[in-house]
Design a protein around this ligand. Structure first.
Ligand code: MG
Length: 339
């Protein structure tokens, strides 16, 4: 029996939030640090704060630095990935079209609303996204971050709902460019919008991977990268995934990486998603436990898994996710764009 489409729209947004909330407590940690201090992430938990014998937060260990991006948050909270995804979904649901000005406005509004008295921003906003929002009015945008792909799922829902595929491709590019100028980041936003819209049609795995690589190759323009040009482009990384579908996870991790650089986090997410094609929850947990930019890899994986499979997420997670009723309502509004 086919899962109903409305449920998949809802699950795309809920999955984004759940994957994000799973990774939030240990964002940017190394795999070894997760293992040492948590064991294994299998549920939504509070941010993990490691203290030394004097009660101070431990800043470094044998694996490297320890960061606490989620320290102001609590169990079930999601971060910038979902905050911005929901801002874009709200714009689309309100306007019923892709209105670039409104999409930017809603993102900047939610960003500004999270400013604390000390000037810092709540929600674990990554450096490149933070810089972009500070500078967005000047039109200056930074390097190869995951900003575009982490928030582009609603555009994929719009493309599927309205049948306006080409408009969605074009707009996902412009939405990406509003915050990120690196072609690898821009292409990641386009590919994620495409991926969500395609998964709702239940493609076979090979068909999915072929289309991901084609979409990336077509949309990743030639550019002299300002940052890390030696690290190559996104298309070549996605091609590697397509050609090494059954590689051991640890090998994919060694080759692709899963840091907050878009040419690591995005292909790694796609690798894990296709590898665990029929075991999406297991794959999501594995992905988050690889650490790195794991709230973002979790959020992107969760959105892809929701679009493909519907509400497969354990009830416990859905109930513990903050604002889950609001997110479900937004998913329904996105579905109603089909009318
Ligand atoms: Mg985040």
């Amino acid at each position: 029996m086919k899962t109903n489409i409305e449920e998949k729209y809802i699950a795309t947004l809920i999955g984004c939030g759940i994957g994000d909330a799973l990774g939030m407590p240990i964002e940017a940690w190394k795999k070894g640090q997760i293992k040492k201090y948590v064991g294994r992430i299998t549920d939504l938990i509070d941010p993990v704060l490691v203290k030394d014998k004097n009660g101070n937060l431990l800043k470094e260990d044998e694996f490297g630095r320890l960061k606490y991006w989620g320290r102001d948050l609590s169990k079930g909270d999601y971060t910038d990935d979902t905050i911005l995804t929901l801002a874009i979904a709200e714009s689309i649901a309100d306007k019923k079209i892709l209105d670039l000005t409104d999409i930017c406005k809603k993102q900047v509004e939610v960003y500004d609303s999270l400013r604390k008295p000390d000037g810092k921003i709540r929600g674990g906003f990554g450096k490149s996204t933070r810089e972009a929002f500070e500078k967005i009015k000047l039109g200056i945008s930074p390097g190869p971050g995951t900003g575009p792909c982490m928030k582009m799922a609603p555009v994929g829902l719009y493309m599927h709902a309205t049948g306006k595929y080409e408009e969605g491709i074009k707009m996902s590019r412009l939405i990406s460019r509003a915050t990120h100028l690196d072609e690898r980041s821009i292409a990641s936003g386009v590919v994620q919008a495409h991926a969500i819209s395609q998964l709702l049609n239940e493609p076979a795995k090979q068909e999915f991977l072929d289309s991901i690589v084609n979409t990336c190759t077509k949309n990743e323009r030639q550019q002299e990268y300002d940052a890390l040009p030696e690290r190559g482009n996104l298309s070549s990384k996605l091609k590697w995934v397509k050609e090494n579908q059954d590689a051991p996870d640890i090998k994919a991790y060694a080759i692709l990486g899963c840091s907050s650089l878009v040419f690591e986090a995005y292909p790694f997410t796609i690798f894990m998603f296709q590898k665990y094609w029929d075991k999406p929850i297991e794959g999501l947990i594995e992905t988050v436990n690889f650490g790195g930019d794991c709230d973002t890899t979790g959020a992107m994986y969760g959105a892809l898994a929701g679009a493909k499979n519907g509400m497969i997420f354990p009830d416990k997670w859905v109930n513990e996710l903050k604002n889950s009723e609001k997110i479900k309502a937004l998913g329904r509004k996105m579905y109603n764009l089909r009318r």
